[in-house]
Design a protein. Structure first.
Length: 142
């Protein structure tokens, strides 16, 4: 792994959409293990299917990389995602901060784990459920 592998990963994510998911094969190993707060998938075909379902109802999705750390065959990317989904947050944009732990083999990502607040990303923007989650968060902070 080197800086160009990380740069290719970032460039791919910043241009990714429902019409170019075949580009995932340019950055992910066929045996990819992908984990986020909502799912865990194994293998490139399963990952591509997962992304297809994610992107299906998105109006837009953008990643801004804010920092990156790397050593040997690992990297950590700190990012802010801004997305828009017609059924969430009244169709308005949502911003979520997160980070990704990546492990590379042969220049491709074989392990990808995202760390982010699933409530801030999804649950807080679902009608009724969002109000309940915000209420619980407010009470917990008192």
């Amino acid at each position: 792994m080197n800086q160009s592998d990380i740069n290719q990963f970032i460039q791919t994510y910043q241009s990714l959409n429902k019409d170019n998911l075949a580009q995932l094969a340019d950055i992910y190993h066929p045996d990819i293990n992908f984990i986020d707060p909502l799912h865990q998938v194994e293998g490139l075909a399963e990952l591509t299917g997962y992304f297809a379902s994610l992107y299906q109802n998105l109006v837009s999705c953008e990643f801004e990389i804010q920092a990156q750390l790397w050593q040997a065959n690992q990297a950590a990317l700190y990012w802010q995602m801004q997305y828009q989904h017609a059924s969430l947050n009244g169709g308005k944009s949502v911003r979520v901060d997160g980070c990704s732990h990546l492990k590379f083999t042969d220049g491709l990502v074989i392990y990808h784990r995202d760390y982010l607040d699933a409530g801030a990303m999804l649950y807080e923007h679902i009608p009724l459920l969002g109000s309940a989650i915000r209420f619980v968060k407010k009470r917990a902070s008192q």
